[in-house]
Design a protein around this ligand. Structure first.
Ligand code: HEC
Ligand code: HEC
Length: 373
């Protein structure tokens, strides 16, 4: 059949050069106006774990991005101001008018490399943020959870004042004022260096996030020349992974093209027809459950999803039927059989780097509970 012949041809199309599989760089790239220093990273860490950032003083960034869960939360979808506890044991509280969050929390390991693809210049200010890529750069991203009612704002603070009030709360803590003054007076000796501003809070938290690297997985060591770093099954898995066509979307050093694709992941309602950004496949061992709705508990379940998707996509793409939005045309390159699962999973395991920073500060300057309630 002609259509099938075309599909077979299409499957032989090589992925574009920016999807070339590579080791991650050893260091992250800072924006010109926010060069990282150890002092910034440490101040950023304190703020990240300090619930003073939330209007309710109960939710920290670390409530949802915790090192015990690969800097995510181990939950299908998170609970912000409407919850109590940590990780999968966090329980909902009766909180007036707080909507539930519908997207799985992404882990923050290697978020410093969001947007990095092979052979192109990297601009950290343009780094795509969120599953729908609605923001760019870490310095801009963090105002979203601070403003969002269900994440960190709650009911008692109007959205338009969320950021200003956060700055007021942080400035009221003397230890924070001192630390900001010290860091920013060294950077800019003239001007109002003592003042705590939203931009400075963003700068140090972004510097901290850029320090959360996991760039020394067996795959990275193998690509840098240590031929013993990957075992026989993982090496076979690498070939299978390329043959299966995963690399057309999950390619480049981050195993993501950082583009939006519609691959028909249904289940939560609101996002069912939404194209999503290709997630990285690095460090998946630490960030279960999977997919934007967090309804796949294991990578095996994700493999089964893809095997079924392949059949559905072939029917739709070859058969000329249409979905709304249309299936991503790159799914034509998908070629995954059940007997490939074990090898692909062995390869994905070579993308885990156990050596990342899991440290939690013993105390935070506000005196509130580290990591929130
Ligand atoms: C209530 C849980 C919750 C809290 C609190 C929270 N986040 Fe998130 N975070 C999420 C979820 C869910 C997403 C994905 C949302 C989406 O894509 O629409 C996300 C996305 C992100 C991303 C984008 C990652 C990527 O690869 O696109 C960064 C960076 C981030 N959060 C940092 C922070 C920082 C910094 C704070 C504190 C100021 C914070 N988060 C507070 C749940 C949370
Ligand atoms: C057409 C582009 C495309 C192709 C081809 C593709 N993926 Fe994906 N992948 C995505 C997108 C987009 C998502 C996120 C979908 C969502 O959550 O709605 C995803 C999600 C995933 C996840 C879940 C990651 C997480 O953190 O939740 C895994 C694992 C995965 N893909 C593995 C694979 C494997 C293995 C292959 C090859 C058999 C493959 N993908 C082929 C685009 C693609």
């Amino acid at each position: 059949m002609l259509v099938t012949a075309q599909t077979v041809l299409a499957q032989k199309v090589l992925p574009p050069p920016e999807m070339k599989l590579e080791a991650l760089p050893l260091r992250s790239v800072d924006p010109d106006d926010n060069v990282s220093t150890p002092a910034k990273v440490e101040l950023g860490r304190l703020l990240f774990f300090d619930p003073i950032l939330s209007a309710t003083k109960k939710v920290a960034c670390a409530t949802c991005h915790h090192p015990d869960y690969g800097w995510a939360d181990g939950r299908a979808t998170p609970l912000g101001v409407g919850g109590k506890g940590i990780g999968p044991r966090r329980l909902p509280m009766k909180t007036e008018g707080i909507g539930i969050l519908v997207r799985n929390t992404p882990g923050l390991l290697n978020v410093a490399f969001n947007g990095l693809v092979s052979g192109q210049d990297y601009d950290p200010k343009k780094a795509p943020m969120f599953l729908d890529v609605r923001e760019s750069g870490l310095e801009a991203q963090l105002f979203h959870p601070i403003r969002m009612q269900a994440e960190m704002r709650g009911n008692d603070c109007p959205e338009s004042q969320a950021v200003d009030q956060m700055v007021v709360r942080v400035s009221a803590v003397e230890e924070y004022r001192e630390k900001f003054t010290k860091i920013f007076s060294e950077e800019k000796p003239e001007g109002k260096e003592g003042e705590v501003t939203a931009e400075k809070v963003a700068a140090v938290i972004a510097a901290f996030e850029r320090s959360l690297l996991a760039n020394n997985a067996p795959f990275d060591r193998f690509m840098r020349g240590d031929k013993a770093a990957m075992n026989v099954q993982q090496l076979r898995g690498l070939k299978t992974y390329e043959k299966a066509g995963c690399v057309h979307c999950h390619g480049g050093p981050m195993f993501s093209d950082f583009k939006l694709h519609f691959i028909d992941v249904t289940g939560t309602g609101r996002d069912d027809r939404q194209a999503m950004r290709t997630p990285t496949l690095r460090n998946l061992r630490y960030t279960a459950p999977y997919l934007h709705h967090g309804r796949k508990r294991t990578l095996d379940e994700v493999m089964v999803f893809y095997e079924k998707l392949m059949d559905a996509a072939a029917e739709v793409i070859d058969g000329g039927a249409e979905t709304d939005p249309p299936f991503d045309p790159l799914l034509k390159h998908l070629h995954l059989e059940a007997e490939d699962f074990a090898d692909v999973l062995a390869f994905l395991d070579a993308l885990n780097d156990e050596t990342w920073d899991k440290s939690v500060p013993e105390r935070v300057p506000s005196g509130l509970k580290v990591g929130g309630e």
